[in-house]
Design a protein around this ligand. Structure first.
Ligand SMILES: [Zn+2]
Length: 257
């Protein structure tokens, strides 16, 4: 068969068009692939940041050390089959999650039912580079006591006082009764609990209600997440006040407007 010049031209034009279509399709696929990659990377960054595990690309706001009291062979106080070490861990994990959501990297002295020496907890806080440390405990007084008690180191640094008072106020606003904010230990105003003595950053030890008081246990169990969030916000506010005062001022100004 003999092709005319016109027919040859037509064929060539068709071929060119087909090639262009294929190129367009390839470009579209490449673009779609790039978009998917970007979205995937963004989601990964957001997830890692929201988990606050420090692996994310976004930097953490700061480092907070959370210490669930007792653990392992040391159950702490006990009442009606309820062990303080378990309550402390449950509460600490809830606070950790709330802090992570607020952008902090959170390090814990223990994440399971483990033995950790009291002084070692303070040392771990120092090693973690934490800027604040809070120890969680629960009180006991054979059914006679109720409410929140906070211990701060006997040097009564302004920073530890601020931290202790903020956490105390947060728990009172959650419905716990006011008991006391005190320096030192239960036995002595001049001696410190070993973990607080060893810690080099502002710190406090909080007794989140009494383990042998029904009302305190009800508040503790029923409002776990709300209580933890309030405590995390108190820690966040203290952090901002101590380490980012310009931000604290800005927040105050915008609240006034
Ligand atoms: Zn305790």
């Amino acid at each position: 068969m003999q092709l005319t010049d016109d027919e040859i031209r037509e064929i060539l034009i068709k071929q060119k068009k087909r090639k262009r279509r294929q190129q367009r399709m390839r470009r579209r696929i490449t673009l779609l692939f790039i978009v998917i990659l970007i979205i995937g990377a963004a989601v990964t960054v957001l997830v890692m940041h929201s988990r606050g595990n420090g692996v994310g690309i976004l930097p953490a706001k700061g480092v907070i050390f959370i210490d669930p009291g007792h653990g392992g062979s040391d159950p702490g106080s006990a009442s009606d089959g309820r062990n303080e070490k378990d309550d402390n861990l449950v509460f600490a994990i809830a606070v950790k999650k709330a802090l992570a959501r607020q952008g902090f990297r959170v390090i814990m002295s223990r994440t399971g039912d483990e033995d950790v020496e009291r002084a070692r907890r303070g040392e771990l806080a120092n090693e973690s580079g934490a800027q604040l440390m809070v120890s969680f405990h629960r009180n006991k007084s054979n059914g006679k006591g109720q409410g929140v008690e906070v211990f701060i180191p006997s040097d009564s640094s302004r920073e530890s006082q601020l931290l202790g008072m903020s956490v105390f106020d947060a728990l009172i606003s959650c419905g716990f009764k006011e008991r006391s904010i005190r320096t030192g230990t239960l036995e002595s105003e001049k001696e410190d609990y070993e973990e607080l003595a060893a810690a080099e950053m502002p710190c406090c030890l909080v007794e989140v209600g009494f383990i042998d008081n029904k009302d305190d246990n009800k508040l503790f169990d029923d409002n776990l997440r709300t209580n933890a969030k309030a405590v995390a916000t108190a820690i966040n506010d203290t952090f901002t006040e101590l380490y980012a005062p310009e931000e604290a001022e800005k927040a105050e100004e915008s609240a006034e407007q």
